[in-house]
Design a protein around this ligand. Structure first.
Ligand code: ZN
Ligand code: ZN
Ligand code: FE
Length: 761
């Protein structure tokens, strides 16, 4: 006796081979019926014996394709229907919760075909299948079908068409499917007559010769050069005007990675997985890459090739293979601060002068997408930049939160977050809003992603700072606005990532710079938070931050200001002796602080790190954000002699970091090694912060602490602090797949906006 089931499957089920999987499964179990994409979900009608239906229902989740992510399956019995086979029904569009797949790294089967001389896609730079290839970056509109992607420009040859339309092939319904006969083509920008294999050869010869090549990948252009060639790497640094910020390296294969870096099994799984982020790995002592790749840095940002053109740079089955390096610097192709170039015009205008050759192709990138960057903390992924491979996968809040909103994100490391009915979709990385090109990229990307996800926001959350460019873009939308304090938004982001369903909690935001509700600069704040608002309970000891923007890069200014406020008799001479500044410069800082000229009051933990790094002679100033703080962390990791120093308790509103600074200064005067003092600083700061949490737990009875803010990219401090808090009986909420830095802000903004629309939830 046959029965029938009506099943809806919600989640990332578009563009990952879900319908052919369902169809094969139904055939195997002898079921009849149909499967269709409904935009928001996959709909199945299935008919067969009760046993077969039960097995079908279980296997749907058990055997789902590896790239899919099922959020929910709803199955209901329905009356039997007429059908003599199981059919795949073409896409019909329906509004609802939309899931757009991120781009997926080239799969192993496609990689094997790429290097199989008998395969008709042998060495095809655009090989892909139902389980891999570009997705969101080529998508123009939903539902995900070829006519609505950049591949609409490339009519399929008969063989590709056959695979595309036949469920038994690996390329059924693979929108970007193509081959050497019908696909896009490589070419050299500015020398378009050089195409295909000739263009690839020219690029490889340039790399072998120590040159710099811009390469168009999935989400934008990279600048590439041989990471084993010091002259090439140093030349790229000069051209890009990037003296010290580490470059990412793309390695040929896992063996090459193991020769340069230490890895754990979890890290190797991520390196070789389908998302292929840049992973921060410990560099081996005997690493032979050029030092200029990551000067003075014990870590290395490493990734494996994720697009076929990148694989072909390393190996193209010819005589160049033997001369080709196994490690290429792969850094975003952009001007410092500007978004990554995604088209030929942008590449021509912005990065042509940084390279000897531009290897482009004619598959359009519709949404730019930088590489994701990930660290590890307590054995779990710890995201630094969430973009390719992850965005725009949604986060789900369990609270019932109908409504549509937008979190516009932060001014630095901007990402934005459309959200709808409890589903939040953080965007790919956009960039720093100080650059107008980034502001335009933000406008353009919001329009595109809102359209793809069919989000029409009723409320837009932004930063409290009235003069931020993000605030201006939010205003342009002409919607009601919800301004949120920067550090509160950091904590909201951590609450959202952990699907916080409780009431109030403690939020500790240790960060660079944010605009406080009192007009001063915040960044070392203990807050009492819920989804509706916050109270500032405590902050690190305030200091004068003289020199406006310069003081964010020049830690010596903060150190001199702190020295001035401690007022030892020999302060000017001491500042000179410690290499902070000349007595004349010290006098200028002292005057600025005393008269409050171009000087703000600050509780920024990031600036405190800069000051201590300057005091210890590690970095007087930074050439990129976080440089001084990283130097301080690395120094601390080179010491295992220090014990936590004795420090006063938190007495309420003030976390006595000034006492810690004084202690480090004394150690410096006593001639203690900078590594030991760096360690003392980390231990002391962790103790002070944990002490403040204990103090306020006793008064609020809140024993959950969320840790967020850019300073928590420092995994040493985060580990020390989380250990202390747990030992003291706290429940600690940490980030994992959302960055603790400003790149995570948009998620918190969007979550708060959804709660704002639902005051009863
Ligand atoms: Zn594939
Ligand atoms: Zn073809
Ligand atoms: Fe921040």
């Amino acid at each position: 006796m046959n029965e029938a089931l009506h099943i809806r499957i919600y989640g990332v089920v578009q563009g990952v081979g879900f319908r052919p999987f369902v169809s094969r499964l139904a055939d195997r179990l002898g079921l009849t019926g149909s499967v269709a994409n409904r935009g928001s979900y996959v709909e199945v009608h299935a008919q067969g014996t009760p046993d077969a239906l039960e097995e079908f229902r279980a296997a749907l989740e058990r055997e789902a394709p590896p790239r899919s992510a099922i959020l929910k399956v709803v199955a209901r019995p329905e009356p039997p229907f007429d059908a003599d086979r199981f059919a795949i029904i073409e896409s019909e569009h329906e509004a609802g919760d939309i899931f757009v797949s991120p781009d997926i790294a080239t799969c192993d089967l496609c990689r094997d075909e790429l290097y199989d001389p008998r395969n008709r896609r042998y060495l095809h730079p655009f090989i892909n299948c139902t389980a891999c290839g570009p997705r969101v970056t080529i998508l123009d509109a939903m539902p995900y079908d070829r006519v609505r992607t950049s591949m609409a420009d490339f009519p399929m040859c008969p063989e590709c068409e056959y695979e595309y339309t036949h469920p038994e092939t690996r390329r059924y319904d693979a929108q970007p499917v193509c081959c050497n006969d019908c696909g896009p083509e490589l070419y050299l920008l500015g020398d378009e007559a050089t195409r295909g294999r000739a263009a690839l050869d020219a690029a490889r010869r340039t790399l072998i010769g120590g040159g710099i090549v811009a390469v168009k990948g999935l989400g934008g252009f990279h600048l590439a050069c041989d990471a084993r060639n010091p002259q090439a790497v140093e030349r790229l640094r000069r051209l890009k005007r990037r003296p010290a910020k580490p470059f990412a390296v793309m390695m040929r294969d896992l063996d090459a990675v193991r020769r340069e870096c230490g890895t754990t099994p979890a890290q190797e799984a991520l390196l070789t997985g389908h998302q292929k982020p840049i992973l921060l790995l410990k560099r081996r002592q005997d690493s032979t890459l050029a030092d200029a790749v990551a000067p003075g840095n014990p870590s290395l940002g490493v990734m494996l090739p994720y697009a076929p053109v990148q694989m072909l740079l390393f190996r193209a089955d010819d005589e160049l293979d033997a001369r080709m390096t196994d490690a290429l610097v792969m850094t975003s192709g952009n001007l410092s601060g500007a978004p990554i170039c995604r088209d030929d015009d942008g590449a021509h205008a912005e990065i042509a002068s940084f390279c000897d050759l531009i290897l482009s192709h004619n598959r359009l990138i519709r949404l730019r997408c930088d590489d994701s960057v990930m660290d590890f903390l307590e054995g779990r992924p710890y995201m630094i930049r969430r973009s390719r491979g992850y965005a725009p996968l949604p986060f789900l809040l369990s609270d019932d939160l109908p409504g549509q909103v937008l979190g516009i994100g932060a001014e630095l490391k901007n990402t934005f977050c459309p959200a709808k009915d409890g589903l939040l979709y953080p965007s790919p990385y956009i960039g720093d809003m100080a650059d107008l090109r980034s502001v335009n990229a933000l406008r353009e990307s919001i329009a595109r992603l809102d359209a793809l996800l069919e989000v029409r926001p009723a409320l837009v959350a932004c930063d409290l700072h009235p003069r931020y460019n993000t605030t201006a873009v939010a205003r342009e939308l002409g919607l009601p606005m919800l301004p949120l304090q920067h550090h509160y938004a950091h904590i909201l982001s951590c609450m959202a990532e952990n699907d916080w369903q409780g009431g109030e909690l403690l939020g500790l935001a240790c960060d660079g710079t944010g605009y406080g509700t009192d007009g001063s600069i915040w960044g070392g704040e203990l807050l009492k938070c819920n989804w509706r608002g916050f109270t500032r309970l405590a902050a690190i000891a305030p200091f004068a931050q003289p020199g406006g923007d310069a003081s964010a890069r020049e830690g010596w200014r903060i150190a001199a200001s702190m020295l001035h406020s401690l007022a030892p008799a020999d302060a000017p001479a001491l500042a000179a002796e410690l290499g902070l500044c000349t007595p004349a410069e010290f006098a200028v800082i002292a005057t600025m602080c005393d008269r409050r000229v171009n000087t703000v009051v600050s509780t920024s933990t990031g600036r405190l790190f800069d000051a201590v790094a300057a005091l210890l002679g590690l970095r007087r100033a930074s050439t990129f954000e976080g440089e001084a703080a990283m130097a301080l962390q690395f120094a601390a990791e080179n010491d295992d002699t220090a014990d936590a120093p004795p420090l006063p308790d938190c007495d309420g509103g003030a976390i006595p970091t000034d006492a810690l600074f004084r202690l480090i200064l004394q150690g410096r005067r006593d001639g203690l090694p900078s590594t030991r003092l760096a360690r003392l600083f980390h231990l002391g700061l962790a103790d002070l912060l944990a002490g403040a949490c204990r103090h306020w737990r006793d008064r609020t009875r809140l024993d959950t602490v969320a840790l967020s803010g850019g300073v928590f990219q420092n995994t040493l401090l985060t580990r020390l602090l989380a250990d202390r808090l747990r030992r003291d009986g706290f429940r600690v909420l940490l980030h994992s797949l959302v960055p603790p830095n400003d790149g995570g802000i948009c998620l918190g903004q969007a979550a708060a906006a959804l709660h704002h629309l639902n005051p009863g939830a």
